[in-house]
Write a protein that binds this ligand. Structure first.
Ligand code: GLC
Ligand code: GLC
Length: 641
């Protein structure tokens, strides 16, 4: 009989037996009932995914059983405050679509010294209106170079320079009281070479050697390297590094970041444990680092393989069972067709929007908004229950990840265009206002990416008179296209590049540190002074944010394109609730340095009397509309009836 059961049913029986056999689980009360309900709902997915990923491993059922027992224990240990949060979120699953959502991101040490110092920043977070705070990786990591903390030596220890796990729990809880969700990275593609697992692997322990991709000689590495791309070629060529005993280990990023072997179910289970540990500290959103790379298969690019999605779904199912309010944000900085594949409620509910980010900079350089407009029209809308995280720039470089086939429709050659953009942003192109720095310039492939703060890339460092208008313009796009806008903290007061990075041990070879400056205290001190650039940027942004918060049309993602018939002017529509009276907000944004006109015929489908939500002034559309250089308007209007 048993043999005839479907794999899922067999798995269910096996797992229920494992749960039964587990002493130390409190089977009384509503907490256990809740667990049972969620188990019934989500275990079928987990079992199906586990079977699909791991059925060839003889221990797959035992691993699955042990995993679910760990879920039950983790749920049992989950603090009451977080169980209450779970209940709130389950009752309001669209909480993150609110027009008041605003993200900020910072490094604890650079922005505030340590976790204690971070508390002093809480009032300014509230002043800005943050509801989401991403603390850059703050776990134990190698010194002096840990790729900014992206090489984790223990997911359960805060870097002692920054504080303790107990302090992190307190920070999470205090932020929550202020309406701010704590976001940290789940760096699950790799560990540092100093992680206990890596050290055991390096010492030859076979159990832990199987946690990584380790090969005795170059045969397999050579075979894999035929088809994978190099991510940090300045660090090491290819994707493998040799360890002292002569074996080769997979290291996609730096030599000290060893890729985990997810074809081993023990690795999945071990990382699920670390994930649930973080969830129970009070982290509300996990930024899923480097999602594209987590599954490898010979003869492929080893990026965005179907199993990478299955793994994410399996991790997500684990959360739904044991930490149901936890959300995932995908970090896939890849081709736009691939980016969206990670975004759905069963996988990652949130995602960086690297295409909008890159094309905003593209439009700023070219003064031509057509590629951005096309991307918004075609590639912006997401499934219900998901949202973009729209950012102007992050702690990482800007990579030109637009689709070549999209660009080709305008007669633009992707390769040449990237070369132009790189030369523009490193200030090698005549007339450029940008002061960026090249990152991972790869002469062999012609690939290169750009580092720089928003202000330096917009011309503030260069003394360009349009710089402040450009800074507000690029943020206005991230703030009005729908989803969660995310500010790299310090950019809201126009922080500039920090060329001193080269003197910091461990940072000298990584130009991304140029745009990760220390807390710009003097700039913050001037943020309310309208005579200063800081004041103009900061108050300008606050005006955008408050107008957005009062505009229901900006909630959710729903965006409809709008052809302005002027290549310099970007247009899009944000629609209100159709059950209301069909109102809409038309966004128009001029990327040119000269005034630009949108013709009356182009606007003729709209009611003539609009209101600009930013200036709160009426705007007459009958004669068309002229926008000043870098000017943008948010027009509340209606279709002409
Ligand atoms: C992510 C991080 C990046 C890091 C890489 C390796 O992409 O954003 O900073 O270098 O992962 O962990
Ligand atoms: C590559 C990777 C991305 C990573 C970045 C770091 O673009 O695709 O995941 O964040 O490199 O520079």
């Amino acid at each position: 009989m048993q043999d005839k059961a479907s794999p899922e049913e067999a798995a269910r029986r096996h797992v229920l037996a494992a749960l039964d056999a587990e002493a130390g689980l409190d089977r009384e009360g509503t907490a256990w009932e809740d667990f049972g309900l969620r188990f019934d709902l989500h275990f079928p997915d987990l079992a199906r995914l586990f079977h699909s990923l791991y059925r060839d491993r003889e221990d797959w059922l035992d691993q699955l059983g042990a995993l679910v027992v760990e879920c039950a224990r983790s749920w049992q240990d989950r603090p009451a405050e977080l169980k209450a949060l779970d209940a709130r979120r389950l009752a309001d699953p669209d909480w993150f679509q609110a027009g008041t959502m605003l993200g900020g991101v910072c490094y604890v040490d650079r922005y505030a010294g340590d976790l204690e110092g971070l508390r002093e920043r809480f009032p300014s977070f509230e002043e800005l209106g943050l509801t989401y705070l991403h603390l850059m990786p703050l776990f134990l990591a190698p010194e002096p170079n840990s790729d900014g903390g992206y090489a984790v030596s223990s997911y359960r220890e805060v870097n002692p320079r920054l504080g303790t796990m107990e302090q992190l729990r307190e920070v999470a809880s205090e932020l929550r009281e202020r309406g701010i969700s704590l976001v940290v990275d789940f760096i699950f593609n790799h560990t540092s070479n100093e992680h206990e697992w890596a050290q055991k692997a390096a010492a030859g322990d076979p159990e832990f050697s199987d946690y990584y991709w380790i090969f005795p000689d170059r045969t397999m590495p050579d075979a894999y390297e035929k088809t994978v791309r190099e991510i940090f070629p300045e660090d090491h060529p290819g994707s493998f590094v040799q360890i002292p005993d002569g074996r080769w280990v997979w290291a996609t990023f730096h030599t000290f970041q060893w890729d985990l072997n997810y074809s081993n179910p023990a690795v999945f289970r071990a990382m699920a444990r670390e994930m649930l540990f973080l969830a129970n500290q009070g982290v509300e959103i996990l930024r899923m680092d480097a999602v594209a790379f987590i599954w490898k298969q010979l003869g492929t690019s080893c990026e965005s393989l179907p199993q990478a999605h299955e793994l994410l779904r399996a991790f997500n199912a684990v959360c739904r069972i044991a930490a149901p309010s936890l959300l995932f944000k995908s970090e896939a900085i890849v081709h736009p067709d691939e980016v969206v594949q990670y975004i759905n409620p069963a996988e990652c509910q949130l995602s960086y929007n690297p295409l909008e980010m890159a094309l905003t900079w593209e439009a700023l350089a070219t003064r031509d908004a057509r590629l951005l407009s096309q991307a918004l029209e075609r590639r912006h809308n997401l499934p219900p229950g998901t949202a973009w995280v729209n950012y102007v720039r992050s702690h990482d470089d800007i990579g030109w990840t637009f689709a070549d086939e999209d660009a080709a429709e305008f007669g633009i050659n992707g390769f040449d265009h990237r070369r132009f953009l790189n030369s523009f942003y490193v200030n090698r192109f005549p007339g450029s206002f940008a002061r960026g720095v090249a990152f991972q310039d790869n002469p062999r492939t012609g690939d290169c990416r750009i580092s720089g703060t928003t202000a330096s890339l917009c011309g503030l460092e260069d003394g360009s008179p349009e710089a402040i208008r450009r800074i507000l313009l690029v943020h206005s796009i991230a703030i009005s296209t729908g989803g969660i806008p995310l500010i790299y903290l310090g950019d809201e007061v126009g922080q500039l590049n920090d060329y001193g990075y080269a003197d910091e041990p461990g940072h000298e070879a990584d130009s991304r540190w140029v745009h990760r400056p220390h807390y710009p205290a003097e700039r913050y001190a001037r943020r309310h002074d309208p005579e200063t650039p800081e004041g103009q940027i900061y108050e300008g942004l606050r005006r955008l944010l408050s107008a957005r918060a009062q505009t229901p049309e900006f909630e959710g993602n729903r965006l409809v394109g709008f052809h302005t018939n002027n290549a310099h002017v970007l247009g899009y529509q944000r629609l209100g609730d159709p059950d209301d009276d069909g109102g809409l907000v038309l966004v128009l944004a001029n990327f040119s340095d000269a005034p630009q006109h949108v013709a009356s015929a182009t606007l003729s489908g709209l009611a003539g009397d609009a209101v600009d939500l930013l200036s709160e002034r009426p705007v007459e559309l009958a004669d068309g509309l002229t926008l000043g250089p870098q000017e943008f308007v948010w027009l509340r209007t209606k279709y002409r009836g």
